[in-house]
Design a protein around this ligand. Structure first.
Ligand SMILES: Nc1nc2c(c(=O)[nH]1)N[C@H]1C(S)=C(S)[C@@H](COP(=O)(O)O)O[C@H]1N2
Ligand SMILES: [Mo]
Length: 393
């Protein structure tokens, strides 16, 4: 019956077309065409050099160079407190100690032999801000073993509540106690609750973008904490220690905390003001304009969003205090990647312009302005809107 056949064929073709559509990248970053040029920013500090001197210990990402989801390993930002430990991969050991049923040591080969997973993880240092032109941020595809699988295999004592991660790096650090500051040898350590450690995301990672971690990124193994600030992602991982008590190491409870005024009229001396102190944990919702290119007859504004993994509702761009306009989120974005966005700017006139972006998440949280963050006394967790200045030629 030709009629039926043709109906079936039509149906099949329709299905094929639908599934093809689902694969087509909607709103992906338009590829650079020949003749496209970058528009210069006029808000950069003099002698702006985010890459630092060759071989410098710390490096920032030149966000004007972002052209895709993954940051190449030779551009990925890096920062740390001490010198970088050079570890012989053949001698590497990762120890699990404390309140585990079977204290265990893993070699790198042991970890690589386990079933692996991947996550695209975009993160920033909690000290990243407009002052650093937001260069303490990057995004990589990390491969490794889920921490919860290792903990479950080993068995955790029912009383354990805290999981502490120590790096192989250490050095002299300032440890404050009341009016005294001591210079003491410190091993880099950070902790999370056992509840957070048992979530699916934390990963013992040994590869980024399909290659072994670089020395800068924590070779041979680092903790990857999707949705958390950089500091939680302990590099050169040496030991995972389970305990019942809170861990109060220097880089947990003192260096990485934020002090904010809450309540009252907003004046510091208002007796109604409460000064709330918190540890630096999940990333605060932020968007950044990174790059502006002249392309065809218009300009393309490109930027990124960082947050804790909550779905993003919208990103908007405002030009010269005009109306907020919706930007397009990139189809390659995933829950814990940075979220790339573009905005097509039509009819830009020659001269200097101010561009700013703001992001809103699915819970209705809106990225604050700098003025709205004025009650935050300490400089970490600056997720304020970042107005940029560009010169159209
Ligand atoms: N072992 C160790 N891990 C560490 C640090 C450190 O000093 N030692 N610094 C943390 C901080 S403050 C940040 S922002 C990130 C930076 O990670 P990256 O160098 O891969 O970008 O590493 C974190 N992990
Ligand atoms: Mo950091």
């Amino acid at each position: 019956m030709p009629d039926q056949i043709s109906r079936r064929d039509t149906l099949r073709m329709g299905l094929a077309a639908t599934s093809l559509l689902a694969l087509l990248p909607e709103g992906s970053i338009p590829a650079l065409a020949q003749g496209d040029t970058d528009v210069p920013f006029t808000d950069l500090p003099k002698n702006f050099n985010p890459g630092g001197a060759p071989g410098a210990a710390s490096r920032q990402l030149d966000i004007r160079k972002i052209d895709g989801m993954l940051t190449p390993k030779d551009q990925f930002f890096t920062t740390q407190h001490f010198t970088k430990p050079e570890i012989d991969p053949a001698k590497y050991r990762l120890k699990f100690t404390g309140m585990v049923n079977k204290p265990t040591e893993f070699t790198l080969a042991d970890l690589k032999a386990m079933k692996s997973t991947e996550v695209v993880h975009g993160f920033e240092c909690s000290g990243n801000s407009p002052r650093a032109i937001q260069g303490l941020a990057s995004c990589g595809r990390f491969t490794g073993v889920p921490l919860n699988r290792v903990l479950k295999q080993m068995g955790v004592n029912a009383k354990a509540r805290e999981v502490v991660f120590f790096g192989y790096d250490h050095g002299s650090g300032d440890v404050a106690f009341r009016q005294q500051t001591y210079k003491l040898d410190q091993q880099f350590g950070r902790s999370i609750t056992l509840e957070n450690a048992m979530k699916p995301e934390p990963m013992l990672s040994y590869a980024m973008n399909g290659e072994p971690l670089t020395l800068n990124q924590g070779f041979p193994v680092r903790l990857v904490m999707p949705g958390w600030y950089g500091v939680a992602n302990v590099k050169w991982l040496a030991e995972v220690h389970l305990q019942e008590e809170r861990y109060v190491g220097n880089y947990q409870t003192r260096w990485y905390r934020t002090i904010r005024g809450v309540g009252g009229t907003g004046k510091d001396d208002d007796p109604e003001t409460q000064w709330v102190e918190n540890e630096v944990t999940h990333m605060q919702l932020k968007s950044v304009i990174a790059r502006v290119r002249k392309t065809g007859g218009a300009h393309q504004v490109l930027g990124f969003v960082l947050n804790d993994g909550t779905p993003v509702k919208s990103v908007e761009v405002q030009i010269d205090n005009g109306p907020w306009q919706k930007a397009t989120l990139d189809s390659a974005n995933s829950q814990f990647s940075w979220k790339l966005f573009t905005y097509r700017w039509e009819g830009a006139l020659p001269g200097e312009h101010t561009l700013v972006s703001r992001v809103t998440d699915a819970n209705g949280v809106v990225q604050p302005t700098a003025a709205e963050l004025s009650r935050k006394k300490t400089f970490l967790e600056d997720n304020s809107q970042f107005p940029r200045k560009v010169m159209i030629g």
